[in-house]
Design a protein around this ligand. Structure first.
Ligand code: GLN
Length: 209
């Protein structure tokens, strides 16, 4: 078995930026394209990209079932943008298959087409304190979620843009491409992943700032 580390799913999309973020803070992370490469991972990032392509490639590689099984055993998961779509229990516009690791309904391309991609201010849920800006690229929106799910961050229009359920974290924007976000989410993800008894909570997120 390989040394425990963080994996970044590298089948498609913006995996390289996540790998660079982990590298910049001295956390060992590696690209995952096969179930074998995912062995020993304590956390796995599912990056932005194209969710339809990601889901197809996950099924083709067998990583879909592997991730679902490992998550039940404690593997921490973090989806950003298309990754958030992949983790949701229900996807609309259009409806697509997904891993169903989080009790969340998500709508694709919900801010509009590519021209509506934008930087938006990011606020802590409940307090509405601003923690910087997030990059939204043909981003989805969380439409509803179950009572095990906790909203963590919102945009200025009070759309929830980050939420968590136990050891699963989901963001509709790209923290890996923002240098104005005053939250080290990569360090937080690694901290939770390496401590099997932790989940992603709003109180822990507030302590990051
Ligand atoms: N619009 C893409 C999708 O539906 C997600 C875009 C992104 O990851 N930035 O899969």
């Amino acid at each position: 078995m390989s040394t425990p580390s963080i994996g970044v799913l590298a089948l498609q999309g913006g995996f390289d930026a996540h790998l660079k973020c982990f590298d910049a803070i001295g956390i060992q992370a590696h690209a995952v394209r096969t179930c074998e490469q995912a062995q020993g991972c304590l956390g796995l990032v599912i990056p932005g990209g194209e969710s339809t392509a990601l889901i197809r490639l996950l099924a083709y590689s067998g990583l879909d079932r592997y991730i679902q099984q490992q998550h039940k055993q404690g593997l921490a998961l973090w989806g950003t943008c298309a990754g958030a779509i992949v983790l949701a229990s229900h996807v609309s516009a259009p409806q697509t298959p997904s891993l169903k690791c989080m009790d969340v309904n998500i709508r694709r391309n919900a801010y509009g087409r590519q021209v509506s991609s934008a930087l938006k201010s990011i606020h802590i849920a409940e307090t509405q304190r601003v923690v910087g800006e997030g990059v939204f690229i043909r981003a989805p929106k969380f439409e509803s979620w179950g009572n095990q799910v906790q909203p963590l961050l919102t945009d200025a229009a009070e759309n929830t843009v980050a939420l968590s359920q136990g050891r699963c974290l989901s963001l509709t924007f790209h923290p890996e491409w923002s240098n104005t976000l005053n939250l080290n989410l990569h360090a937080w993800f690694a901290q939770v992943a390496f401590n099997s008894t932790y989940g992603f909570s709003l109180s822990a997120l507030k302590d990051l700032t």
